[in-house]
Design a protein around this ligand. Structure first.
Ligand SMILES: CC(C)(COP(=O)(O)OP(=O)(O)OC[C@H]1O[C@@H](n2cnc3c(N)ncnc32)[C@H](O)[C@@H]1OP(=O)(O)O)[C@@H](O)C(=O)NCCC(=O)NCCS
Length: 183
């Protein structure tokens, strides 16, 4: 069973599980087209946000590979984004991280601060050996963040899937536990 020791505090942020009262904050960023440009999702209508929020709240811990946790990133009590961690393989101790932030809170290093905290949990609390992150190659803010985090670009997958109606390329970035210790 894997569950971070919440709440997680960083220099400026507090990360905690989502709560039903976060709905307005979630709609505020998940409802925006620009936030969804390189996500598999489309902008959430309120009902869809409510449905997904309920799922994130219900997923309280990881008990099997393939499961993930979505964590609320808050600044002064407001949810400004989310970071998630997935257990890809239990046997091989492989994980994956992801992040989504409200545009009003991008460009200030918050995504980096929150994802750094999640990488630390993945390596130090969950005992993962390798953590990956993937993005569409056109999602420059995302792969630049991976590089700032100290992740290495391992692959450029050509036409790895049909994304929003067109073949898309994907970058795979990764970090090993030893690299994290030395970062
Ligand atoms: C991907 C995403 C999370 C990146 O967010 P971001 O805010 O650019 O990333 P960071 O938190 O690392 O912030 C870095 C920027 O903050 C600036 N910054 C300002 N103050 C800072 C501080 N105190 N510390 C660090 N950086 C700071 C940096 O200079 C950098 O600016 P630049 O991009 O102009 O060089 C964001 O673009 C996003 O949510 N996109 C929509 C969802 C999405 O596509 N998610 C990824 C799917 S794969």
């Amino acid at each position: 069973m894997l569950r971070p020791d919440y709440p997680i505090t960083t220099a400026r942020l507090l990360l905690r599980p989502f709560q039903p009262g976060d709905l307005d904050d979630v709609v505020a960023y998940r409802g925006l087209p620009e936030v969804n440009r390189y996500l598999f999702s489309e902008p959430y209508a309120r009902a869809e946000a409510e449905e997904n929020l309920a799922k994130w709240i219900a997923l309280r811990e990881i008990t099997a590979e393939g499961q993930w946790l979505t964590t609320a990133v808050t600044l002064d009590g407001r949810v400004i984004g989310e970071v998630d961690i997935t257990l890809r393989s239990e046997e091989h101790r492989q994980g994956e991280v992801g992040y989504i932030f409200h545009p009003a809170f991008q460009g200030r290093g918050y995504a980096r601060e929150a994802t750094e905290a999640m990488l630390k949990i993945g390596f130090e609390e969950f005992g993962l050996h390798r953590i990956v992150a993937e993005c569409d190659v056109r999602n420059e803010p995302s792969w630049r963040l991976m590089e700032r985090l100290g992740m290495r670009r391992e692959a450029h997958l050509r036409h790895h899937g049909i994304f929003k109606g067109e073949w898309a390329d994907c970058f795979v970035y990764a970090m090993l536990a030893g690299e994290h210790r030395n970062h």
